[in-house]
Write a protein that binds this ligand. Structure first.
Ligand code: 11C
Length: 345
């Protein structure tokens, strides 16, 4: 018994974590189909102690599939997610292809699990930096109301894929050896210029938009409003890439509706919040850090402070493994919700 599951992008940084998470969660799998773009097809990956061949994803690959987890880039999802749906599969899409489509629920189960019920075949998994922020902010919104969010991110290179990780390792080595190097991947593979990431901080993630924000910043802004069902929430973002392999960090400033909320109250609230681990004991130097969040499914929150001027303003530091809660784990969680809600035939 179980489901026929397809993973599209099985050889990628997120695809690998999807397989790992499906295994770890003991997801009921009756049949597994591993797919990728033509480029990576033919390779094999290990799952539950067995070698599996990865095939090129084609429309007919989805025949008989119940749940398809897509993470092979937006163009692959654009082309093949509708084909999978046509053949009866429910698609959980980890790309930005359908996130802002009004017919597609954009889901973080701790925040808006019920939205899954409105799906018409595709459910979108939000951007990694959005997921960890809304998971921490939703309990605050529910309890105290939320009026404003200003976030600055410190994002890991694995968010840009395996080639970006390799580039950072090679550059670091080259710099330590005193060798020359030529950046070719970051900040954005398809943009005109490339910059050093090793020992640097790059204030560009994805392409610039006409309003001066990058696409990553606009994703955080638009997705947050959609997931939290707050179209008029004030949200602003600055996204920066750091030489960290995995684990996105965020400095988040919020304003709440209710007056006289204390730091203690926020801490107790987040201590109980699903999927959130509070790490906030400044006098013992306890706070979240990406190096210690890697491999863990939770969203870690610390450094909670009241703003010194704005009575309803608070600052916090939010860290999570961008490949897990930010991608693979949230996708598998959506699949688990689909099963729990009886939505998979
Ligand atoms: C990054 N947040 O860290 C991006 C990666 O829309 O799913 C995730 C891209 C996406 O570069």
């Amino acid at each position: 018994s179980g489901f026929h599951v397809a993973v599209v992008g099985a050889t990628g940084a997120v695809g690998q974590q999807m397989l790992h998470t499906l295994d770890k969660r003991d997801f009921p799998i009756k049949q597994l189909t591993l797919l990728s773009s033509a480029r990576s097809a033919g390779s094999s990956v290990t799952f539950r102690g067995k070698e599996w061949k990865v095939e090129e994803a084609k429309p007919e690959s989805f025949e008989g599939v119940d749940i398809a987890l897509f993470s092979a880039g937006g163009s692959v999802s654009k082309l093949l997610a509708p084909e999978a749906v046509k053949r009866g599969a429910i698609v959980v899409d980890n790309t930005s292809a359908y996130r802002m489509d009004p017919d597609v629920p954009l889901v973080v189960p701790e925040v808006n699990e019920e939205d899954i019920k409105l799906h018409k075949g595709i459910i979108a998994n939000p951007n990694c930096s959005t997921i960890q922020m809304v998971a921490a902010l939703e309990p605050v919104r529910k309890e105290y109301g939320l009026t404003k969010v200003i976030v600055s991110t410190y994002q890991a290179v694995s968010g840009a894929g395996a080639a970006a990780i390799d580039e950072m390792h090679e550059q670091s080595q080259a710099i330590l050896n005193g060798d020359a190097f030529e950046p070719s991947v970051l900040p954005v593979k398809g943009d005109k210029k490339h910059y050093q990431i090793a020992f640097n901080a790059v204030p560009q993630i994805d392409m610039f938009q006409d309003n001066g924000f990058t696409f990553e910043e606009m994703k955080m802004i638009n997705e947050t409003k959609k997931i939290m069902h707050m179209p008029s929430l004030k949200v602003s973002a600055t996204c920066v890439r750091l030489p960290v392999v995995t684990g996105h960090s965020e400095s988040v400033y919020i304003e709440v509706e209710k007056d006289s909320v204390s730091v203690k109250e926020l801490q107790s609230l987040l201590q109980e919040a699903p999927g959130v681990t509070l790490q906030d004991i400044p006098e013992e130097q306890v706070y979240p850090m990406p190096a210690y969040a890697v491999g863990k499914p939770d969203v870690f929150v610390g450094r909670i402070r009241k703003d010194l001027d704005e009575d309803n303003g608070f600052h916090m530091w939010i860290v999570s493994d961008n490949l897990l809660k930010g991608a693979a784990w949230n996708s598998v969680q959506i699949a688990e919700s689909l099963v729990k809600l009886g939505l998979v035939k």
